[in-house]
Design a binder for this molecule. Structure first.
Ligand code: ADP
Ligand code: MG
Length: 698
């Protein structure tokens, strides 16, 4: 008997020979092979009589071979195998070109299934290169729902099907990882049965039952991981805080705007979490421009206003953004807080207004002189010693996975060497995301987080008018841009690429910048921003753009998250079809941040009907959640995040909008991770341990 962990190559010589092709599809073990599910099934279950055949219509017949000949076609010098066969009532012929082995496999007297589109030639039925399979007790290639797989290289459908069938036979009854209790209550088949049925279903119903169970299992594992992560995080002590109402009120009064109701609601939720003994793990979701930052700043303020000198790490995905947060905080908080705030990046460090050395910065953090430390995610990845890190704020949470959270925990607990009795405490976590994740997806992705929503926009915001512009109106668009620039407004132009290296003809910032500079706006200064610039250069550029020192910024998607340029009113996007709808919505959110009317102009490189239809959704709605749902339906979950980086989304069979099943999986995961009755079960213990290990490896 084979085990799921066994290498696939020991299965059969075909698996050994095609090891590389299998590996390309991530099939390395027997288990991987069995979890390589068909993407569709051909229904060949109906077997016809020869007398029922119709010309050109796909059909399967069951016949006996009466004659086999191997011929050579004299014109093309090609080998032809020709057979005659009968079903006792009618006769037919079948031929295969260049497939000599057919004549070695089939013998006169064999019963076979033939599947193909027959034609009438010389008064008899002729199948050209049909699929064939000898009739057995159980057939896998014909006379059934035949599974069709994604395959790679020289590995054929038939070979893959053969290997999977063999693997099913040789693994025998696989131990079922799910508790019997669960299987009974949900009426799910055993795992072995489900795998058998997903590959070689008896009928539609059999297939449906197997699918349901396998989908459940996948979501259940995911949810178990989240529950485990949550459980292990929550078991640590944290820094419970008092709510500093007076201080907060004061600051709120001094702000240039009044907080929206949603902002206040979310702030309250956060403060209640901060009061508790268990660490907070909360995600604030709000559309671009909904004003998440100020809420986070107020939470930070509450943290540093405690009697103890507690600290806050405020992390952003890019340095541009971290710098912007630093400047904002300096602006919003009164002067006396300045001497508590540090900015830390690879090549520069600030403390309040002062440029300091990295060493000084690290010393300030270690002594808790710096109470709010702003930087990129490297703040937790590098070994930076905080004295009393009580709150971690993570802007754009979807870039921040379980692994980093794990690192955070480890670096917090590993700090015991620095002494003191509070060393095993972990900080509260507050994540912010402008990616409006549909609720179901949030549940799946962030099953271990509490979620707060900011749905209303700050008052006075106008919707950004969005237009899909045909190429012939390009010059008119440039003229429009010129008019706005004459009124001292600013423009973003986004391209998907840095250099013109792409074969598909998508626009690059280098080429567009050159063209605009030389031909379209020769009198204007045009900035160029992309990921290859040094961080100091990027910041300088953004600073000058923010101060309206030049009118046009050509940029790649580095600009995507959070950059705030109040004076910008036009967002022009080239090769827009290259981006997901949510990502485009993010770009669009860069404008419309003041009371002026704003525009988002979309241009396409490939203006196929499908692309246009998809992009039209942006014209119709300004609601980020709707767009995210659409992305999810049209292009799968990876697209919501712009890239497909998140390993958590590699679902094989389940999908992320199956709310009911996700909920069911979550309920079961909670029971199994927390209830004594299940925890004492050896098999489940092993499963949870495996999932934990997997989580650390992700
Ligand atoms: P996001 O949620 O996308 O991170 P920000 O926090 O950057 O949005 O806020 C966008 C802009 O709106 C900022 O300039 C911020 O100062 C401003 N802002 C935040 N809250 C309000 C409010 N209640 N009323 C008016 N403007 C606000
Ligand atoms: Mg933001």
């Amino acid at each position: 008997m084979l085990k799921l962990e066994d290498e696939v190559s020991i299965l059969h010589k075909i698996a050994k020979e095609k090891k590389k092709d299998l590996a390309k599809m991530d099939i390395k073990t027997i288990g991987d092979l069995l979890w390589h599910f068909p993407f569709r099934y051909d229904d060949l279950s109906e077997v016809k009589k020869i007398s029922e055949l119709e010309a050109g219509v796909l059909a399967t017949v069951k016949v006996t071979v009466t004659k086999i000949r191997v011929l050579r076609s004299w014109k093309k010098k090609m080998m032809i195998t020709e057979i005659n066969a009968t079903d006792n009532e009618g006769e037919l012929q079948a031929i295969w070109f260049r497939q000599k082995y057919v004549s070695q496999i089939l013998k006169v007297g064999d019963q076979i299934y033939l599947n193909g589109k027959p034609e009438i030639k010389n008064n008899t039925w002729l199948f050209s290169s049909p699929n064939y399979e000898k009739v057995k007790a159980v057939n896998i290639h014909s006379a059934r729902l035949v599974p069709i797989y994604h395959t790679s290289g020289k590995l054929s459908q038939k070979q893959l099907r053969f290997l999977i069938n063999l693997a099913l036979k040789q693994t025998g009854e696989i131990d079922d990882p799910l508790p019997v209790d669960l299987l009974n209550k949900e009426d799910y088949p055993w795992l072995y049965q489900a795998l058998q049925s997903i590959h070689f279903p008896e009928d539609q119903n059999d297939f449906a039952i197997a699918t349901q169970r396998l989908k459940f299992q996948e979501l259940f594992y995911l949810q178990c991981k989240y529950q485990l992560a949550k459980k292990s995080y929550v078991q640590y002590d944290t820094w419970p805080m008092n709510i500093q109402e007076k201080t907060l009120q004061q600051i709120m009064k001094s702000l240039p705007f009044k907080l929206s109701n949603d902002q206040i609601k979310v702030l309250k939720e956060i403060l209640l979490d901060l009061e508790r003994e268990q660490p907070m793990n909360r995600l604030v979701e709000g559309d671009v421009g909904s004003g998440k930052t100020i809420v986070a700043i107020l939470a930070a303020l509450n943290t540093i206003s405690q009697k103890e000198k507690l600290q806050v790490a405020f992390m952003a995905p890019t340095e541009i953004l971290a710098w912007q947060h630093f400047e904002n905080i300096k602006k919003l908080l009164p002067e006396k807080y300045l001497e508590k705030i540090a900015f830390l990046s690879k090549d520069r460090q600030y403390f309040g207004h002062d440029l300091i050395t990295k060493q000084e910065a690290l010393a300030n953090i270690k002594s808790a002189k710096a109470q709010i430390v702003i930087g990129t995610h490297s703040l937790i990845q590098e070994k930076i010693n905080f004295k009393k890190l009580a709150l971690v704020i993570i802007d754009e949470q979807h870039r921040f996975g379980v692994k980093q959270r794990q690192a955070l925990k480890q670096s917090s607990t590993g700090r015991s060497a620095s002494g003191g009795k509070n060393t095993s405490r972990v900080p509260h976590l507050l994540s912010l995301t402008a990616t409006p994740i549909p609720r179901t997806l949030a549940l799946t992705l962030y099953g271990d987080l509490d979620i707060s929503l900011i749905q209303e926009k700050p008052q006075g915001r106008k919707d950004v008018k969005t237009l899909l512009v045909p190429e012939r109106k390009r010059l008119a668009a440039y003229k429009f841009i010129q008019e706005k620039i004459d009124q001292k407004q600013q423009v973003f132009i986004i391209c998907p690429l840095i250099d013109e290296s792409d074969k598909l003809g998508y626009k690059s910032v280098q080429a567009e910048h050159k063209k605009l500079n030389e031909k379209i706006f020769p009198d204007l200064e045009i900035g160029l921003l992309h990921g290859k610039l040094k961080s100091a250069e990027k910041e300088d550029l953004m600073k000058r753009f923010k101060n309206n020192q030049f009118p046009i910024l050509v940029a790649t998607s580095v600009i995507e998250v959070g950059v705030d340029i109040p004076n910008a009113t036009i967002m022009m996007i080239e090769s827009a079809e290259r981006f997901g709808l949510s990502q485009l919505h993010q770009f669009r959110g860069r404008v419309g941040r003041n009371s002026l009317a704003s525009w988002c102009l979309l241009f396409t490189t490939d203006d196929s009907h499908l692309n246009k239809e998809r992009l039209k959704a942006l014209e119709k709605t300004n609601n980020g959640f709707e767009l995210a749902e659409l992305d999810l339906q049209l292009r799968g979950s990876g697209e919501i995040f712009g890239t497909k980086q998140t390993g958590l989304l590699k679902l094989k069979i389940a999908n992320l909008h199956d709310t009911k099943l996700i909920k069911k999986a979550q309920d079961w995961a909670k029971k199994i991770v927390y209830q004594e009755k299940y925890l004492s079960n050896h098999q489940l213990q092993k499963l949870l341990l495996d999932l934990k290990t997997e989580m650390h490896l992700e």
